[in-house]
Design a protein around this ligand. Structure first.
Ligand code: CA
Ligand code: CA
Length: 431
């Protein structure tokens, strides 16, 4: 039995996996990625006296919950099918009554998750396509004669993707916007004006086309699941809806370079959605979080990466050493490159606004960049042997990872650096 909880105006610490953007080879400056928001989230866009909530209930009572919300002058935002929960705007004074109902499992604030993307400095591609250190570190280029991720569907839950980008367009197969602003599959809606989603998408699946960069899985099918508004906010319920969309649309892999702080440890809706998607056979990968140990001494990664149903990925640099900002903890499952990673950027950017022609690329730092490397390797593994289950792909990634640091699994590196060549070889052995 899950304890009923309601959070009033507790201090909310938000984490952004994204992005203190630095030029390649520069030292990372102090991270700007921890923010504190107090009670603001659940009232965003809600009338005075109302709060945004997620209500979990016993499955047979969906209709009764909907009636209750209406009776009290509230409004349903999402009636989920993947989990037995509803997100809604409710009069704040009604919440204690609702949580006492015997068929209500929990009432929780619909927290905000923010991705404070700072724009990278985009450059027109100055070189022909090249294999950069991050791909060599994980051996991705060594398996493309066997597997390129073809026919594997990877959803990037983020800020959208620049579908016009020369290095992405051929691999982008669909998208959706699920934000407070609108909920639509209209192509214009899921364009990325932010940069973060396009950067992550390029790491997973930029094309092998003689231009720009190459992604880990250069023939993968990419889907943009846009949850971050142009100002960089998503509600927890938006992430739940995004995961539901991934299940409904038969995604194989979900890449989530996003996360939040300790308040999410006691959020049930997001946890349930991740568990349900995992049970449906999807493989979920998330960034472990960018908290330098000086700011976050506890050995625990951010959420949703911390959930058992998700592969938590930490970041390493070009010498395969732990990136100082990468969260440590027993939940870290794998490591992947996350410092000075060069990838695609959307045209609409500082350079785009001033009218510079061309397509753009640039470096970013963060566990946000590590996560899509693992999503890409998972796509290589699955394409090499489509008969594998999500649990088997996960087990192969861990068992073939290259140990780093102390012997065996540890709290800095997890099982170690993801190894595309060893993982694909193992996948073929099991075919
Ligand atoms: Ca390319
Ligand atoms: Ca180790």
């Amino acid at each position: 039995m899950i304890t009923k909880t309601i959070f009033g105006s507790i201090m909310v610490v938000l984490l952004v996996e994204a992005s203190f953007v630095v030029p390649i080879a520069a030292e990372s400056s102090a991270p700007q990625n921890i923010e504190q928001i107090d009670g603001f989230a659940a009232r965003l866009g809600a009338p005075p006296g109302f709060t945004r909530v997620m209500i979990g209930f016993e499955p047979l009572f969906k209709g009764r919950i909907a009636e209750l919300i209406e009776e009290h002058g509230g409004r349903i935002k999402d009636a989920f099918r993947l989990i037995s929960a509803i997100s809604a705007i409710l009069p704040t004074e009604v919440i204690p009554l609702v949580e006492k109902l015997p068929f209500v499992r929990y009432v929780e604030e619909d927290h905000l998750i923010r991705s404070t993307q700072e724009l990278a400095q985009p450059y027109p591609a100055e070189v022909a396509q090249e294999i950069r250190w991050n791909l060599e570190a994980i051996g991705a280029d060594k398996v493309w004669n066997i597997s390129t991720g073809r026919d594997i569907k990877v959803a990037v839950i983020d800020s959208g993707i620049d579908y016009n980008h020369e290095d992405l367009a051929g691999n982008i197969k669909g998208g959706v916007e699920l934000t407070l602003l609108q909920r639509t599959t209209n192509r214009l809606a899921w364009y990325d004006v932010f940069g973060h989603g396009t950067h992550c998408a390029g790491i997973i699946g930029a094309m092998r086309n003689g231009k720009g960069i190459v992604g880990v899985a250069p023939d993968v099918s990419l889907y943009a699941v846009k949850v971050f508004t142009p100002i960089g906010y998503a509600l927890t319920s938006d992430i739940v809806e995004a995961i539901e969309w991934c299940v409904d649309n038969d995604m194989d892999i979900v890449s989530m370079s996003l996360g939040g702080g300790p308040f999410l440890a006691r959020i049930f809706g997001l946890k349930e959605a991740c568990e349900a998607a995992y049970e449906h056979g999807l493989l979920l990968v998330a960034a472990s979080g960018n908290w330098p140990s000086i700011l976050w001494p506890l050995p625990i990664v951010s959420w949703p990466a911390a959930y058992d149903s998700i592969i938590a990925v930490g970041a390493t640099n070009s010498t395969n050493a732990h990136a100082f900002f990468s969260c440590r903890g027993p939940q870290v499952e794998l490591s992947a490159p996350g410092v000075g990673v060069y990838s695609t950027l959307p045209h609409i950017s500082v350079a785009g606004i001033i009218g510079m022609a061309g397509f753009y690329y640039g470096p970013m730092d963060g566990t946000s960049m590590a996560c899509p490397h693992v999503a890409g390797v998972a796509a290589l593994v699955w394409a090499a042997n489509p008969s594998l289950s999500n649990e088997e792909v996960r087990e192969i990634l861990s068992s073939t990872a290259r140990n780093l640091g102390s012997d065996g699994k540890d709290t800095l590196y997890g099982h170690g650096l993801v190894d595309a060549e060893a993982a694909v070889t193992e996948a073929l052995n099991r075919a």
